[in-house]
Design a protein around this ligand. Structure first.
Ligand code: BEZ
Length: 261
């Protein structure tokens, strides 16, 4: 492995703070849906694989079960620690600045690339991490992902005089846009598609908002509950069904590419 990005007392802005326990409770579907992407990766015994944005390490562990040698990287220390408890080899590293050199047969990523806001740098880092001919397989949010949720936050943010930009800290490209970026970084794209995936939320929309966008709501201080209830009521007609089940408006982008030798 190359040198690991040093971790000081003050993480750089691209590092993230997550609570892996509430993440597991509020979004258990993340690793479940990721199993389809694992099938697309088709890891083999003896391969060396990087899990980019490994989160709690559930899928990293599954990759290792086939006999591959896998390392997970994540920007969140809480996730890295949770993954290590599972016996996963994990390190904290900024996905926008990967530190590897031609060591992997494949790079895998599930539900993480949309948090990395320097996508060209991410792709350059992935290309540099792979051996020639190596695979890059993943899934993340596509253009239109959580559109209702982010529009509601944006509207409430403006109405309440807050920083509405905190409503949308993600990279959700179209398939054309991402295919061009993969191509520019030296990849041959074998598959790329986007699809709608309505996603039931086990702890309703409140759990999702608290897990994914706490900084947006925290900016309102003593008005935080007003902000939550305005966003929730704005979303109820479109995301809460007749039985009271909340369903997030997820759109996924799935791809498989290989580094041209
Ligand atoms: C997603 O997996 O699509 C996602 C997760 C968190 C925030 C936004 C989108």
């Amino acid at each position: 492995m190359g040198s690991v990005t040093p971790i000081g007392n003050q993480p750089p802005p691209s590092f993230q703070t997550w609570n892996s326990k509430t993440y597991d409770k509020n979004t258990p579907f993340v690793s479940k849906f990721g199993e389809d992407v694992l099938e697309l990766l088709a890891p083999k015994e003896g391969e060396r694989i990087l899990d980019l944005g490994c989160g709690n390490g559930v899928l990293t562990q599954k990759i290792s079960e086939v006999g591959a040698s896998v390392i997970g990287v994540d920007a969140s220390q809480s996730f890295v620690e949770t993954a290590r408890i599972k016996g996963v080899d994990a390190v904290r590293m900024d996905g926008n600045a990967l530190q590897f050199n031609q060591e992997f047969d494949a790079v895998f990523s599930n539900a993480a690339l949309h948090w990395m806001l320097e996508p060209e740098q991410v792709l350059d880092g992935v290309a540099k991490s792979l051996k020639p001919g190596g695979r890059f397989v993943g899934e993340f949010g596509a253009f239109g992902n959580v559109a209702a949720i982010s529009s509601a936050m944006n509207a409430v943010g403006s109405m309440m005089g807050g920083d509405a930009s905190l409503a949308f800290p993600w990279f959700f490209p179209t398939t054309d846009q991402y295919a061009k970026m993969l191509d520019k970084a030296g990849f041959k794209v074998n598959l790329i598609r986007s699809f709608y995936r309505p996603t039931p939320l086990p702890t309703e929309i409140r759990g999702w908002l608290e897990t994914m966008r706490a900084p947006f709501f925290e900016q309102f201080g003593s008005e935080i509950e007003t902000a939550y209830s305005r966003v929730i009521e704005a979303l109820r007609p479109s995301l809460c069904d007749e039985n009271g089940n909340w369903i997030a408006d997820y759109v996924r982008l799935r791809f498989s590419a290989e580094l041209q030798a």
